[in-house]
Design a protein around this ligand. Structure first.
Ligand code: HEM
Length: 197
């Protein structure tokens, strides 16, 4: 059974998977700090613009998450890298699944909280998300607390995930970071840091 699953898996992440990974990473890395900064700004135009941008990039993350799962199903996911220790394999697989889940949960809970508050979620000024739950202050408070907790969880898992990937890329130099880099960047990394023997 395990043998079959391994045989069915591709050897590499597809180019689409790799590019999508970095587009999603950029969107997430922009959305989280915006969420932290906007709450601390004085009320006014700048704060409103940042709220709108945070909600818009959040919706973009949700749309890209759908695309990411579709690409995963279509092009498959390679088996964990052979050079990982057991701890690294278990921890990285858990981190990947948590990140994938959060890519859906975090924007959805954010949208639902705005809905309970009865605020319109405009997406880059192009369209407004439909209202799906009734206005309710108590529900808004719970959902907004959940969004806050999930946001910090995302920041924590992203930091651990990126830290692990950078450690493989620059300290262990074992090719694990290259697995997710588009070929041209993989070659650049090899030229700069080389591979450990
Ligand atoms: C900021 C948000 C990020 C998110 C949401 C994210 C999410 C993910 C997910 C879900 C996977 C598993 C891919 C799959 O199985 O489909 C993955 C793999 C990977 N990510 Fe990220 N990532 C982020 C940032 C980063 C950063 C900053 C780095 C590097 C510094 C990085 C390096 C990698 C590598 C090397 C893999 C492949 C690991 C392997 O299978 O060998 N990621 N990422």
């Amino acid at each position: 059974m395990t043998g079959m699953a391994t045989r069915d898996r591709p050897e590499h992440y597809s180019a689409a998977s790799k590019w999508l990974h970095w587009i999603v990473a950029l969107c997430v890395l922009a959305t989280i700090p915006m969420g932290l900064v906007m709450d601390r700004l004085p009320e006014g135009d700048l704060q409103n613009r940042l709220f709108d941008l945070h909600r818009s990039t959040g919706v973009l993350v949700l749309a890209l998450a759908v695309l990411r799962v579709a690409v995963r199903r279509f092009s498959g996911v390679p088996a964990p890298a052979k050079m990982l220790t057991t701890f690294e394999r278990v921890a990285s697989t858990a981190a990947h699944h948590t990140l994938l889940l959060l890519l859906f949960l975090l924007p959805l809970v954010g949208w639902a909280s705005m809905d309970a508050y009865r605020a319109d979620v405009s997406v880059f000024g192009l369209f407004t998300l439909p209202h799906v739950i009734p206005q309710n202050d108590a529900v808004y408070k719970i959902l907004s607390a959940a969004h806050w907790i999930l946001g910090w969880l995302m920041a924590f898992v992203v930091a651990a995930h990126a830290g692990g990937a950078l450690m493989h890329g620059f300290i262990k130099r074992d090719g694990v970071l290259n697995r997710m880099l588009p070929d041209v960047f993989g070659r650049m990394l090899d030229a700069v840091v080389g591979r450990a023997r």
